[in-house]
Write a protein that binds this ligand. Structure first.
Ligand code: DON
Length: 565
């Protein structure tokens, strides 16, 4: 009797202490006013301080992004590009496409040998793999359009971290060490990321004086501090030295673009996400549209039947991605048709509810004639309800591995996101068609999916991820986990995920993500299941529409942080 009373008291105590107890995750970070969820704890705290000083979510996003170029160099960048989705408290929605572009001298077959074979190393490593960077232009445009603070103040934390240095974590020092063989071909990269050739260790102070000087030029001259003058001269000289294509004219003519977001709905929730030149938002909405026709909740989370429906949906959407998606400034992307519920109904009708359809039997849909035609994500909400969702990248870990000599920053290897040869997989195993072929000044197709979800017209979730093609399927699964399975945001982010991308014809599951008997059932349905795969790293905020509390969830797979106040 006494024992059971004690049990009840303990249970009530635990519940009162932690009303958000979850099956497998810690509770999300709760904040009253504003929150920043980022892969990098230093940047998350920097962003929160900007919010506390009265800056809005866009100000914080600019400070976070520039800080990450210093404190999270594997993906944070000024030499890469990305996408921003904004929803202002007054209801305005906007996206900024600051994706890299192919240099003017790029050619369709630049990564093929004389026999027409694709040479993947050329598109992933070194100077030739770099697209014209967009990050600085995109962030400064966001600040000009939606920010409230001074450029110099928002860049200052980044300058200070670059000048004074910061102690390296074990993970970061190990990552630097791992890439030394690839850095070793480039003296400026060795200078930046080693101590005269000796790898940095945990706790070493990591200073970047050249980068600090570059950031100071941006602080002082804005866009021109990067795209012309000394920085541009150094980029062009670096390109010449290493046989790259980016010229001073390419830099001068780079412009970020403000575009309408793509929009959809999922069981009454509104989805606002990134349109082309990312495939992310389009594919995300297509996945949700198809799944909406199933009662996935009744099948049970992660059951073989639910995984089957997810996989079949993803397979069909990625077949469309490969055929239709590319830079809409260069190719006609049949967006209204792809995003329509009617097309989702047609695609859903081809799914056998009990068996896998081999990818060889699935092709892209046929549009109606009249329509023919190493990354990092952070999510920010401020005290007024402005929401910003940003994904930015150098593509691979440390991008092309090339540091611009004298300027102290890494260049991206984003050219690999083009389809260098129809049907030849890129480093993410993705295939494409002419829609994503290399054309001078075209943007390469992305999977980045910065997204904002509304409930009853009010911001409900701000999320996105790193992880290439897995970004799309991970963002979809986090939304499904919240909407269909009522998980709290941390649990929804941490829960094991699966991935299917049409080709290769496999379900990818994280280690221990599926039980052995679920795998057996899936195999019996006709699937090839890879149970040793990985997933994306999602960073999300959920806003409780009733009381306005903000819940931040950095993915347990990474070492990020939610910093709120
Ligand atoms: O734009 C894209 O889809 C890729 N360049 C993203 C690369 C990525 O997410 C790598 N992340 N860890």
């Amino acid at each position: 009797m006494r024992k059971s009373l004690q049990f009840i008291v303990t249970a009530v105590f635990l519940f009162v202490q932690q009303p958000f107890l979850t099956a497998a995750s810690r509770a999300p970070v709760r904040a009253h006013h504003g929150i920043v969820v980022s892969d990098d704890p230093i940047a998350a705290r920097t962003g929160m301080e900007i919010l506390q000083r009265g800056g809005n979510a866009i100000d914080a996003a600019v400070a976070v992004a520039f800080t990450m170029a210093v404190t999270y160099p594997e993906a944070g960048n000024i030499g890469g590009g990305g996408f921003m989705v904004v929803r202002l408290a007054n209801g305005t929605t906007e996206t900024i496409d600051f994706r890299e572009k192919a240099p003017a001298a790029a050619t369709q077959n630049m990564y093929l040998d004389e026999h027409g074979n694709f040479l993947p190393e050329k598109s992933t490593y070194g100077h030739l793999s770099t697209g014209v960077p967009g990050s600085v232009a995109g962030l400064l445009l966001a600040l000009e359009k939606f920010g409230t603070m001074k450029r110099a103040d928002l860049l200052q934390p980044a300058v200070t971290f670059a000048e004074n240095g910061f102690p390296l974590t074990y993970e970061m020092a190990e990552k630097f060490k791992r890439v030394v063989p690839e850095f070793s071909k480039f003296p400026a990269s060795m200078k930046q990321f080693t101590k005269n050739g000796v790898p940095y260790g945990e706790g070493d102070l990591f200073k970047q004086p050249d980068l600090a000087a570059t950031l100071r030029r941006i602080q002082e001259y804005g866009h021109d501090g990067f795209y012309s003058g000394k920085t541009a001269d150094m980029i062009a000289a670096e390109m010449k030295r290493g046989g790259g294509l980016i010229s001073k004219e390419d830099l001068l003519s780079y412009e970020p673009v403000m575009r309408e977001p793509v929009r959809g709905t999922y069981r009454g929730y509104e989805i606002i996400s990134m349109g082309p030149s990312s495939s992310g938002g389009t594919a995300l909405i297509q996945i949700l549209n198809i799944l909406e026709g199933y009662d996935v909740q009744s099948l049970g989370w992660n059951s073989a039947r639910e995984v089957h429906l997810l996989a079949e949906t993803m397979r069909r959407v990625f077949a469309d991605r490969a055929e239709f998606l590319g830079d809409a400034d260069f190719v006609k992307v049949p967006l209204p048709w792809l995003l329509s519920k009617k097309y989702a109904d047609e695609r859903r009708a081809t799914i056998d509810s009990l068996r896998a359809t081999p990818s060889s039997a699935i092709s892209h849909g046929i549009p109606p004639a009249h329509e023919s035609d190493q990354t990092t994500h952070f999510s920010i909400v401020d005290k007024d309800g402005n929401c910003v969702s940003v994904t930015t990248t150098l593509n691979g870990l440390f991008g092309s591995k090339v540091v611009v000599d004298g300027a102290g920053f890494l260049l991206n290897n984003e050219m690999d996101d083009f389809s260098a040869k129809p049907g030849a997989p890129n480093m993410d195993g993705l295939v494409g068609s002419t829609a994503n072929a290399i054309v001078p000044e075209k943007r390469m197709l992305s999977s980045m999916s910065p997204t904002i979800v509304l409930k009853e017209g009010k911001p409900f979730m701000v999320l996105g991820a790193r992880g290439s093609s897995r970004i799309i399927t991970s963002v979809a699964q986090v939304i499904i986990n919240v909407v269909d399975f009522h998980m709290n945001i941390q649990e929804a982010v941490d829960a094991p995920r699966i991935h299917q991308q049409w080709l290769p014809d496999k379900i990818f599951s994280e280690e221990r993500g599926l039980s052995p008997d679920t795998v057996e059932k899936l195999k019996a349905m006709g699937y090839d299941v890879d149970t040793h795969s990985y997933s994306a790293i999602v960073n999300a905020v959920l806003i409780n529409v009733q009381d306005g509390f903000l819940f931040g969830a950095p993915d347990a797979r990474g070492s990020g942080e939610a910093a709120g106040y």
